[in-house]
Design a protein around this ligand. Structure first.
Ligand SMILES: C[S@@+](CC[C@H](N)C(=O)[O-])C[C@H]1O[C@@H](n2cnc3c(N)ncnc32)[C@H](O)[C@@H]1O
Length: 433
C-alpha cells in the first residue's frame, strides 16, 4: 500500500515537472533543449519519460490546446497556467503514450493535487474523463479544423501553402513525426560497410544511403553511448540532409576553407573528415557557448581547426587578408525544415522572424563574397524551406551582390521527409577567375 502511494506521488511529481517544462516553452519562450536542461538530475528512466512527455506535448501543442479549449466549460484564468499545462500533458498521455487511461488520469490528477488547491484535482479529473467520453465526437470535429488537424499555427500553414501548395500537407505530416537518427561514419577508422557490420553485431539495425558515402540510417534511434566507437570519434550523429553540404563544397587538398557559421561544428567536422588534406579550415561563430560545444566535439573527433569567436560579417576583425577558396555560409534561419527534430519551432517561431533572418543572411552574404578568391565557390545553406530565405535569397544574391562576377550557380531544395532527410536548402555560386 505504501509502495503504491509513494509510486503514485512520484508519478504525479513527474507530470508536474513535465507541465512546468511545457509552460516554460509555451509561456516563457524557452527552447525545449533549454527547458529540459535540468533533467539530468533525474534517473535515466524518469528523464526519458520527461523528455517524451515534453517533446510530445509540444509536438502536438496546437491540437491539444484546441481540444482543451473545447473540453473546458470556461477558459482558465491567467494564474491557472500551470493547470492548463498539466491538462495538455494529460491529454498528450491519453492519446500518444502507452499508459493505460485510468493510470494516465490518476497520475495527472495526483500532480494537480500537489498544487495544494483541491479544486484543481476535480478540474483535471473532469477534463480528462470528459475527453475519454467524448473522444469520438471531438476527433470528428477536429478533422474539420485545419489548425487542430495539422497541429500547426495559422501563419505557418499559410506560409507553407504559399511556398509549397502541392506539398504542404505532406510537409506538415512529416513535421509531426518523430525524427529518424542518421550517422556519419568516419572513414579514418572504418569503411561504412565495416561499421554497419559492427552495428549489426551490437544488435543495432541500420541501412546505408546511396546518395551519401558515409551516411547510415538507424532503424530505431539509439542513445549515442550504445554506438560502437562513439567516444573514440568513429561515428557522429548528423542528418543526411546536413551531410550533403560537403559534396557541394567540392573539396580538394590544399584549399583554404571558411565555415562562417560553424557551431556546433557538424559540417566543419565533416569537411575535415572528408578531406583531411585541405590547406586550412577557419571556423567562425558568434555564439561562444556553441563554439565551446564545437571545441569539445573536435576533441572527441581528434580534429583541429582554427575556431574563432566573431561576427563573420565583421571581416576586418578576424580575416588575415588571404582570400578563401571555399566559403560555407550555413546561415541562421527560421529552421522550418527541422521541425520534427525541434517541434518547439512550431510554438516559438513567429511570422515576423522570417524578415529578420532574411536580413541577417543578406548581411553575411554581402560581407563574405568579397573575400572569396577568383574561381572559388560559395555555398549558402539553410535548414528551412521558406522561399524568402532560400530561392528568393539566391536570386537577390545573384542580382545584387555577385552580379556579373559569377560563372556558375545552382541549388537544391530538400523538403522534410525526402529520402527521410530533414529539410535543407543549398545554393552554390562559383566566382569568375
Ligand atoms: C545553422 S547554425 C550552424 C550549424 C553548423 N554549421 C553545423 O553544421 O553544426 C547557424 C550558426 O550561425 C551562428 N551565427 C549567427 N550569426 C552569425 C554571425 N553574424 N557570425 C557568425 N556566426 C553567426 C549561430 O550562432 C549558429 O551557431
Amino acid at each position: 500500500m505504501e509502495v503504491t502511494s509513494s509510486f503514485k506521488k512520484k508519478a504525479g511529481q513527474l507530470r508536474l515537472v513535465a507541465a512546468q517544462i511545457n509552460l516554460s516553452v509555451v509561456k516563457d519562450g524557452l527552447s525545449l533543449e533549454k527547458a529540459l536542461d535540468g533533467i539530468s538530475t533525474f534517473s535515466k528512466r524518469d528523464a526519458a519519460l520527461l523528455k517524451a512527455l515534453s517533446y510530445g506535448a509540444i509536438r502536438w501543442h496546437h491540437r491539444i490546446q484546441w481540444q482543451a479549449n473545447r473540453l473546458l466549460d470556461r477558459p482558465l484564468k491567467n494564474n491557472d497556467e500551470l493547470i492548463s499545462a498539466l491538462i495538455r500533458v494529460g491529454l498528450y498521455q491519453l492519446q500518444w503514450m502507452r499508459i493505460p487511461d485510468h493510470a494516465a488520469v490518476a497520475e495527472t490528477v495526483s500532480a494537480a493535487g500537489l498544487l495544494g488547491k483541491p479544486k484543481f484535482k476535480g478540474l483535471v479529473n473532469a477534463v480528462l474523463r470528459r475527453f475519454l467520453r467524448e473522444q469520438k465526437i471531438l476527433m470528428s470535429a477536429m478533422n474539420k479544423n485545419e489548425g487542430a488537424a495539422t497541429s500547426h499555427s495559422s501563419w505557418m500553414r499559410d506560409r507553407l501553402k504559399a511556398d509549397w501548395p502541392d506539398q504542404w500537407l505532406d510537409i506538415v505530416k512529416v513535421n509531426n513525426d518523430p525524427p529518424p537518427m542518421w550517422l556519419r561514419v568516419n572513414n579514418k577508422f572504418s569503411s561504412r560497410d565495416d561499421y554497419l557490420g559492427r552495428l549489426e553485431k551490437s544488435g543495432i539495425k541500420a541501412k546505408a544511403f546511396d546518395d551519401l558515402p558515409n551516411a547510415l540510417l538507424l532503424k530505431e534511434p539509439q542513445p549515442m553511448s550504445t554506438l560502437p566507437g562513439y567516444d573514440e570519434g568513429e561515428v557522429s550523429v548528423q542528418d543526411a540532409g546536413a551531410q550533403l553540404a560537403c559534396g557541394f563544397l567540392n573539396l580538394e587538398p590544399g584549399l583554404k576553407v571558411l565555415d562562417a557559421c560553424a557551431a556546433p561544428g557538424g559540417k566543419s567536422a565533416h569537411i575535415l573528415e572528408t578531406c583531411p588534406e585541405i590547406g586550412k579550415l577557419v571556423a567562425l561563430d558568434q555564439d561562444k557557448r556553441r563554439l565551446t560545444v564545437m571545441a569539445e566535439e573536435f576533441q572527441r573527433l581528434d580534429l583541429s581547426g582554427n575556431l574563432i569567436h566573431s561576427d563573420a560579417a565583421m571581416v576586418s576583425k578576424w580575416w588575415d587578408g588571404v582570400p578563401f577558396d571555399r566559403i560555407l555560409v550555413d546561415a541562421p534561419c527560421s529552421a522550418l525544415g527541422i521541425i520534427r527534430r525541434h517541434p518547439d519551432i512550431k510554438v516559438l517561431r513567429r511570422s515576423a522572424d522570417i524578415g529578420k533572418f532574411v536580413a541577417i543572411q543578406r548581411r553575411l552574404l554581402k560581407a563574405l563574397w568579397p573575400i572569396l578568391a577568383p574561381g572559388g565557390r560559395l555555398v549558402y545553406s539553410t535548414c528551412t524551406i521558406v522561399k524568402e530565405e532560400n530561392q528568393y535569397q539566391k536570386a537577390w544574391f545573384l542580382e545584387k551582390i555577385s552580379m556579373e562576377k559569377y560563372q556558375a550557380s545552382s541549388f537544391r531544395q530538400i523538403l522534410p521527409g525526402e529520402g527521410n532527410m530533414d529539410g535543407f536548402y543549398y545554393a552554390w555560386v562559383d566566382k569568375q577567375h
